[in-house]
Design a protein around this ligand. Sequence first.
Ligand code: ZN
Ligand code: FE
Length: 255
Amino acid sequence: MPLTIATVPCLADNYAYLAHDVATGATAVIDVPDAPPILNALRERGWRASHILITHHHDDHIAGVRALAAATGARVIGAAADAHRLPRLDEAVAEGDLVRIGLAEGRVIAVPGHTTGHVAYHFAESRAAFTGDSLMALGCGRVFEGTMAQMWESLTRLAALPPETLIHSGHEYSQSNARFALTIEPDNAALRRRAEEIAALREAGRPTVPVPLSLELATNPFLRAGRPELRQALGMGEADPAEVFAEIRRRKDRF
Ligand code: ZN
Ligand code: FE
């Protein structure tokens, strides 16, 4: 049975996710920007947090971990590489490791770039990936610690997941990401349609995530750095995709 997943807005523009295994009652919380809204969301559904999965060490993703773990006894899981700068881990994981939420099985994917220890979690049977600040809806995280080449490699690995995978990212940045994406590919019809949908969702106060990977592949400029039409649009016809990615990322940093 696939996990039942709920989106929980936290702080100004962060998202946490609840992933609930109906068969066993096990419930994972992916990232904990702030404990109170997550405890409320759990209470509303009658779920108890059994696991906390951390994508990376930034404060807006872990600030509530200690409080949520203390309130629920949830098992805290995060990257072994970042154990020194994460809340105390009950389980330290690395690339390829499996995490179990009740009967659901997720795989850890190392996605360095935004931070060196950033991980994503892919639950194949549930067609869900939790990507934090690596691949984001219509964007990607700023490259703070890793290299541009590392971030491109990380995005390439996420892009290779099954196209129906729903990408659950850590922030509501879609509207400004759409504005930027349109500066790169103003003639991308799928992107223009999506920008309108995003505006309508935000107008209604609704989240624009999760998003199917297939839609990201058609519209997210950071995933499209290898496409001839995008290279052409940037006047980088022969350039290596990693270089095209780096150019797009630099432009976004200045946007
Ligand atoms: Zn971050
Ligand atoms: Fe963040």
